[in-house]
Write a protein that binds this ligand. Structure first.
Ligand SMILES: Nc1ncnc2c1ncn2[C@@H]1O[C@H](COP(=O)(O)OP(=O)(O)O)[C@@H](O)[C@H]1O
Ligand SMILES: [Mg+2]
Length: 246
């Protein structure tokens, strides 16, 4: 008899609504800094990665996309996590929709347009992951993937890319060739110094342009700092309520 499947309790914390003011403000400040970088060079395609699972890559990718769209930018969020794709679940998009992998393997010129999902309530567009393939890294390394990213770059102001952990699999490093910059997510209590160092090394090995580090889930109160300031972008959002079972 097979072991019972462990129930997952993943949750999306989003900017706006009843989110803490500092949480939403931190994303706005990240947006401003990325806009400055865009003004002085190309910073259109931004890859979000981290060293291991559960550091908040997907939460950060979605919130960055939402924050940019809120200022009127045309934003597409591409789910490139073919190992543990959760963007569709977080955004309540049916799991069986065609997505990136189907567009990569399609010969139909309209496949990309047909796979994009425009979210009416927040204005972002999502390219779901699609059918999970046995060979994610090879698919992502294909010339077809480059063509898809080139098309997205010309249709949108920003292309935000959610990826699997860079110290575990090569997919994120493979995708660096289509990205203008990389944001590395770290999370207190989850990220280790060694993990962060290995991620940096793996990204540098493919000449990735590391734009910065995002500290996700940082709680100023727990550090004992009375002024509450930190020298990193912080995205503290600790929910005191119990995670809702999804
Ligand atoms: N800032 C945060 N505060 C509290 N919980 C968070 C925060 N960021 C992420 N989480 C939680 O951590 C889990 C993993 O987040 P996710 O974005 O899916 O990580 P990853 O993509 O790195 O695997 C989710 O249950 C999510 O709700
Ligand atoms: Mg993720």
């Amino acid at each position: 008899m097979s072991a019972p499947k462990k129930k997952e309790h993943r949750k999306l914390f989003t900017v706006g609504g009843d989110a803490p003011f500092q949480f939403t403000e931190a994303y706005k400040s990240l947006r401003t800094n990325l806009e400055f970088l865009s003004a002085s060079g190309n910073c259109k395609t931004i890859l979000i990665t981290s060293s291991v699972p559960e550091e908040g890559k997907t939460n950060v990718a979605i919130n960055l996309a939402l924050t940019m769209a809120a200022s009127g930018k045309r934003v597409v969020l591409v789910d490139c996590d073919m190992r543990k794709s959760v963007v569709s679940r977080y955004m309540r998009i049916p799991r069986n929709r065609p997505g990136l992998t189907n567009v990569i393997t399609s010969r139909d010129d309209n496949a990309l347009a047909g796979a994009l999902v425009r979210m009416k309530d927040n204005g972002i567009t999502i390219l779901p992951v699609g059918t999970i393939p046995p060979n994610p890294a090879e698919l992502l390394a294909s010339p077809a993937t480059e063509k898809i990213f080139a098309a997205l770059q010309s249709a949108f102001d920003y292309v935000i890319v959610d990826t699997p952990p860079v110290s575990v699999v090569t997919d994120a490093a493979v995708l660096c060739r289509v990205a203008d910059g990389v944001l590395l997510v770290v999370r207190p209590g989850v990220t280790t110094i060694q993990g962060a160092q290995l991620s940096k090394k793996n990204l540098e090995a493919v000449n990735a342009h590391i734009l910065g580090v995002i500290m996700n889930g940082y709680d100023a109160k727990k550090t004992g700092r009375k002024d509450g300031y930190s020298y990193a972008y912080s995205y503290g959002y600790y929910d005191t309520k119990q995670d809702s079972a999804e």
